[in-house]
Design a protein around this ligand. Sequence first.
Ligand code: ATP
Ligand code: MG
Length: 434
Amino acid sequence: MPSGQYKLEAANKAEDEIMSIQAPKGCRDIFAEEAKAVRYLEEQFSQLAEVYGFKEIRLPTFEHTELFLRGVGEQTDIVSKEMYSFTDKGGRSITLRPEGTAGVVRAYLEHGLAAEPSPLKLYYMINAFRYERPQKGRYREFQQFGMELFGSENPAAEADILSFLDSYFKRLGLKDCELVLNSIGCAECRPAFHAELQSYLRKEKDRLCPDCAERMERNPLRCLDCKLDSCQSVLADAPVPVDKLCPSCAEHYAEVKELLNALKIPYREDPKLVRGLDYYTRTVFEFHADGIGAQSAICGGGRYDSLVSSLGGPETPAVGFAFGVERLRMELEAKGIELPELLKPRLQIISFPETRAESLALAKELRAAGIYLECDLMGRSFKAQMKQANRLAAEYILIYGESELGANELKLRRMSDGEELLVARAALKDFLSQ
Ligand code: ATP
Ligand code: MG
């Protein structure tokens, strides 16, 4: 992996003005092996998603800022602190997407998908942008995979989504991602609960951190999952939403848990789990991984029955989640789970100036049949080409000299044991495809 810093010498600049170009803070370059691992995660995700009946949606990288103000919520950390927003040349306020759900809902409404038969099931694989302090597991550009299921009020919707996640993590070989579950109620039961929590918090205001002291008035629910021990000790006896659910929320939550039991998906209930975004109702969940340190949440999601209508659409219940691909990879690495390695070349063709054209033509033909092979593009000596074949761990080599020009049979050398095999030119494709 290249590591040196790239220096660009701007014309007519003195030595001390050489500009060093680096990726912006919190952004990463992804090289071959990691790119391959990410591609594998994408393939597994999309294959399983299709099996569950979800269809892919590809979204714009940026949206009107207004969408996130309304769709994520002005009180959230994402909107109040973390957005990459700018004014474009037409004077519009634009924001690089900090998450996927708002864009999916925008597309759902814009294309009239509410008129399609329910449930409508979509999945996405996106990069997302948040202006955060970069640290392990936290970047300014990162990748999320997510799903949204529209149109079902039934607890089976949560169960299906969680069944998908459980299968996906198991398929990757992750056995101990912990599902943490809670219910935070609905528009019916929440106002009374808010008031009760607020009056509890107001009495303790002096002992809360400055963030919570502020959140307490606008969004008291968020105080419940403050990460500071000092706040958690204040909150030890605070009322929690799950104890104050209205009968239909309580029944819904009980059914979600029943279905999870039937699906043999283990979970831990955490009455203080709330999600950072304003739009959640009833079920909220996270998956935590124990191998990746402080940023242990790899996945967050839940039900958001009021988001579609709050963005101007019809009343539409919905369930969704998103997980962070970088954190998922860190967990796989921490658990020593190996993803498929980079391919090694099946063949390296060693050529000479007078055989270059013909050997490139052979390479083209074999590659068209999907065979990974390498050939010389540097005008290297025979010895240097052999060295390259060893470095790349090619399985076979073919020395394409003058006597090979137009020959009907070609001699392959198997690098593992030096064994030589004569193969008819016409049979080469089949031989190397095996
Ligand atoms: P956190 O508590 O870590 O800030 P969050 O609640 O902001 O997470 P969500 O908005 O629910 O995260 O996003 C879903 C997932 O996306 C997270 O569980 C995490 O795996 C990943 N994620 C969020 N922010 C980042 C980031 N800055 N860098 C890398 N991954 C991230
Ligand atoms: Mg965050």
